[in-house]
Design a protein around this ligand. Structure first.
Ligand code: FAD
Length: 486
């Protein structure tokens, strides 16, 4: 099936909107009666909503899952093109992420992971490109350079940040954490400007921008410390947790299992292509109206809509002021993620930075296509932001910013222009977490708000989405259990 989402380009076919994905659900709805009052309506079929809908339906609740798109997975989905999976959004997972690994084990997918990198052949080099030219390093030198630059960045306490974020899954921001949350990474870099070599500065800045998709000024220094802590306080940990292990069959091969299990419970009704326009809720339950004017009723609701688009839905009563303010501020991540299939086989083993002049900042060989070509994945963000589909020549030129390459295919999803995400993974500007983390997590009468964007641990990750979906289903089940006891 082909999703309306995503783009592909080849010389022969030109630019095409929409790419094939096993995450597209057919038929798009199994709603039989619009008079049913569900126990719970889940809005959003990303990993959070899928987890919540599955857990609630397996617990015996009558669940309706409403999703704006034609597919599951939200910000994590893959397209299979000519037998090769391109990850359009969330990609890498790791066994150190407890929630995601529990699910991988549940679906017996432990042996379906592969490693993105292959340093066994080809040029096998780290290319550090700046306006001054391109320097070439071994991958061992790359690791040493990245570790030394990031260690200087995070070392606010003489312990590589361990005393600032000693419990990375805690929901409490200590006064010290708040202090760093009000600082941007630009502020921190100003503090250590005399400690970094020029190459360390290039590496630190580009790695931070890879994480935040924002600018140095709009990146909360605390949230970077939080990622660092989650990754075991080391650069090696960052690689293991953030960019190394992915599904051989793509993310949609994982997400589909959640959906199938929920459906098999017999308790799941669903409707795709159903953007929700209005959510009315109060003592008598919840009434939801889609943009097409269809109404659905339930006792409880789980709202798994991302922060940056929450204000596009009308809530009655209006959203609580703190949540409304958080959604108005939004998160800053406008990541540009683009795949290129290239005929240069030697580049399978390159990693590279092209900064600060280039549109794509960070790229590397991510796989080998069935044709024997190299698959390169590259990332940009707010820094030199661009829309790939609007200027394909600029997009191809940005790949040449790493090394000369012959591009045969481009594949991407424009997350900035995506009306149901308005950005990529959550990354906060200074102050957002200190001011609004609690607000984002609070429930409002019969509505439980759940999303990776305000998870406690792997916030911004698939793991965080599953953490939140689990929490939401437990909350709603407890509501029903409480009522049954009365
Ligand atoms: P979403 O996936 O955004 O799900 C929300 C759902 O709500 C969507 O399906 C949306 O269509 C729907 N929706 C929105 N508005 C409405 C409406 N009005 N009516 C009905 N439905 C609506 N994470 C990792 O762990 N590893 C990675 O390597 C990684 N890389 C990433 C790369 C990119 C480019 C992106 C974008 C994300 C990446 N992430 C990664 C983050 C991860 O993808 C997300 O954190 C996670 O998928 C979010 O899940 P969610 O269910 O909380 O939200």
């Amino acid at each position: 099936m082909t999703s309306k989402d995503g783009y592909s380009w080849t010389k022969a076919q030109g630019l095409r909107a929409g790419v094939p994905s096993i995450g597209v659900i057919e038929p798009p709805s199994n709603v039989k009666s619009t008079d049913t009052v569900y126990d719970v309506i889940v809005v959003g079929a990303g990993y959070c909503g899928l987890t919540a809908a599955r857990d609630a339906s397996l617990a015996g609740l009558k669940v309706l899952l409403l999703e704006a798109r034609d597919r599951i997975g939200g910000r994590s989905w893959s397209s299979n093109i000519e037998g090769y999976p391109y990850e359009m959004g969330g990609t890498w997972v790791f066994w150190g992420q407890a929630n995601v690994w529990r699910e991988i084990a549940r679906y017996g997918m432990q042996d379906e992971l592969e490693i993105s990198y292959d340093f066994s052949r080809g040029i096998n080099k780290y290319l550090l490109s700046s306006p001054q030219g391109t320097q070439t390093f071994t991958h061992e030198e790359e690791d040493a350079l990245m570790q030394s630059s990031l260690a200087k960045l995070v070392n606010v306490d003489g312990c590589l940040g361990k005393t600032v974020v000693p419990f990375p899954h805690s929901g409490v921001l200590t006064p010290e954490a708040r202090k760093y949350d009000h600082m941007s990474v630009a502020d921190r870099l100003a503090e250590i400007k005399n400690d970094l070599t020029p190459n360390e500065r290039l590496c630190a800045e580009s790695f931070v921008l890879l994480c935040s998709g924002g600018t140095l000024e709009t990146t909360s220094f605390y949230e970077f410390l939080h990622w660092w802590a989650l990754s075991g306080y080391s650069y090696e940990g960052c690689i293991d947790y953030l960019v190394k292990y992915k599904f051989r069959g793509g993310q949609s091969s994982f997400a589909i299992n959640f959906f199938k299990e929920a459906l098999a419970s017999g308790n799941l009704t669903y409707a795709f292509n159903s953007p929700v326009a209005t959510i009315q809720h109060g003592g008598n339950g919840v009434q939801i109206t889609t943009r097409a004017g269809q109404t659905y009723k339930s006792t409880k609701m789980i709202c798994a809509i991302p922060l940056n688009v929450l204000n596009d839905v009308t809530f009655d009563p209006p959203l609580a002021p703190g949540r409304k303010a958080a959604a108005t501020t939004g998160h800053v991540n406008q990541c540009v993620k683009v795949h290129a299939e290239i005929s240069d086989r030697d580049l399978r083993s390159f990693t590279g930075i092209s900064y600060p002049h280039n549109g794509l900042i960070y790229g590397f060989g991510d796989g080998e296509t069935p044709a024997g070509n190299t698959h390169v994945v590259a990332f940009g963000g707010q820094h030199n932001h661009f829309h790939p589909e609007e200027n394909l020549e600029q997009t191809k030129a940005a790949f040449q910013g790493f090394a000369p390459m012959n591009i045969e295919r481009l594949v991407f999803h424009n997350w900035s222009k995506d009306e149901f995400a308005k950005g990529a993974w959550f990354f906060p500007a200074p102050g957002l977490l200190s001011t609004h983390l609690k607000d984002m997590r609070a429930r409002e009468s019969n509505v439980v708000f759940a999303c990776s964007d305000w998870a406690l641990g792997w916030r911004s990750f698939i793991d965080g989405a599953i953490e939140e979906g689990t929490r939401a289903a437990i909350t709603v089940r407890a509501d029903f259990a409480g009522r049954a006891k009365l």
